[in-house]
Design a protein around this ligand. Structure first.
Ligand code: V47
Ligand code: SF4
Length: 386
């Protein structure tokens, strides 16, 4: 029986989804405007089930936020401070080594490493950091540095973007996280992150990263001053870049749920909507996102990003409970077990600091899905069949 939409306008999107026709900007706007949340969720779930069936992925990972000193001082960021702030820190290589060794007996598969732009750190710090982590954790993958850090490191070293990526890759960089794009729009950038790069530069660096054979993720920071149209434009810009690098051989070892093949779907692996948390920021008057907005953002990302293999429900930002529900609204990945996430928790996130593997699997199983522990390239490590 065909789904009965509360908002009949969604029927034309249903037809497109069934025929695998790409959704337009107008479709994206309608999906945000409609109050028929379950209708939007059902559409996203059809795509999600087509791609991944009942599988829900997660990774055993560790976050390393090496410094909170940052010269950019974006208005939405609670994490960054000035050098002379009482909470300022910058971990030297010995400290990084200590943090890795503290958890060396755990089966960590991925190190997620990002930090502020701290002018006191020389370029050699970053290559030493990668080499040290690789030496201590040779079997784990290193997902590190946003486009903002790559741009900064290129300026710091005097190397071109391509040369910078090559040097970092040689030192151990395996893939890049999705941060730094925020909302790719000049109006929003000028008001919230004027010192940070704009859309064209972010896309240019991501393209270079993909062409160098490194996969990456992409994100959107939503729930502040951005309009619905700006969200849709952001998604379409990412979709276009993914189309553009389709055919470029990014060496994803495991590929998208496959083994030992390079894949041909473009360099983005996963898209992660990041819900804005305003506590301790210069935008503390902005209320938290609602559950409806969080679920719609996940579902519409799944529908608009037809060339992205994975959509993450980032439990750190939307909480474990809503992330569980999001598995029915288009998400197929809950990110990681994570210990010591700092960026969102400094901005008031109430979610746990980390999840055990057992808790992660319980969350997935009780939502009716099959937990699949994965590596950074979505190679399956362990699937718990029900
Ligand atoms: O770019 C900063 C965001 C991002 C706040 O690729 C905030 O797997 C909410 O990119 N409220 C960094 N968000 C985090 C990131 C990420 C996270 C998880 C997984 C992956 C991945 C990437 O955090 C920044 C910015 O958009 N952010 N401040 C805040 N107050
Ligand atoms: Fe610095 Fe990143 Fe925070 Fe902006 S979001 S102030 S670049 S750490």
């Amino acid at each position: 029986m065909k789904w009965q939409f509360a908002d009949k306008r969604l029927e034309k999107i249903y037809d497109k989804v069934e025929k695998r026709t790409r959704l337009s900007k107008e479709d994206g706007l309608l999906l945000f405007e409609t109050l028929d949340l379950n209708g939007v969720g059902m559409l996203a779930d059809r795509v999600r089930q087509r791609l991944h069936g009942k599988k829900a992925f997660y990774i055993y990972n560790q976050h390393i936020n090496y410094t909170n000193i940052c010269k950019n001082r974006c208005l939405f960021c609670a994490y960054a401070v000035d050098k002379d702030d009482s909470t300022a820190y910058s971990w030297d290589i010995k400290e990084i080594e200590k943090r890795i060794m503290e958890r060396i007996d755990e089966p960590v598969n991925e190190l997620h490493i990002v930090g502020g732009l701290n002018p006191d750190l020389p370029f050699s710090y970053f290559t030493d950091l990668l080499k040290t982590v690789k030496r201590l954790r040779p079997n784990a993958k290193i997902k590190a540095f946003t486009c903002v850090e790559i741009d900064y490191l290129s300026n710091l070293s005097g190397l071109s973007i391509n040369e910078t990526i090559a040097v970092l890759k040689e030192a151990g960089l395996d893939m890049m996280p999705g941060g730094g794009a925020e909302v790719m729009n000049e109006r929003v950038r000028k008001r919230l992150f004027p010192r940070k790069m704009g859309k064209d530069r972010w896309l240019e660096i991501m393209e270079a990263v993909h062409r160098a054979g490194l996969p990456s993720n992409a994100t959107i920071l939503y729930g502040h001053i951005e309009t619905i149209e700006e969200r849709v434009d952001h998604l379409i810009a990412l979709r276009e870049l993914q189309d553009k690098t389709c055919g470029v051989e990014t060496n994803k070892e495991g590929g998208v749920g496959r083994n030992s093949e390079s894949h041909k779907i473009g360099g983005f692996s996963a898209f992660i909507p990041l819900a804005f948390h305003s506590t301790n920021t210069k935008l503390s008057h902005i209320p938290p996102t609602t559950a409806v907005d969080d679920l719609k953002m996940v579902a519409i990302s799944r529908l608009m990003l037809d060339n992205f293999p994975h959509i993450k429900a980032y439990w750190v930002m939307i909480g474990e409970k809503l992330a569980q529900v999001a598995l029915n609204y288009g998400a197929d990945d809950l990110d990681g077990t994570i210990i010591e996430e700092r960026i969102t928790h400094t901005a008031g996130a109430k979610s746990a600091k980390g999840l055990t593997r057992q808790l992660m699997e319980d969350i997935i199983i009780s939502a009716g899905f099959i937990p699949v522990e994965r590596d950074s390239f979505y190679g399956e490590i362990h699937a718990k069949h029900l």
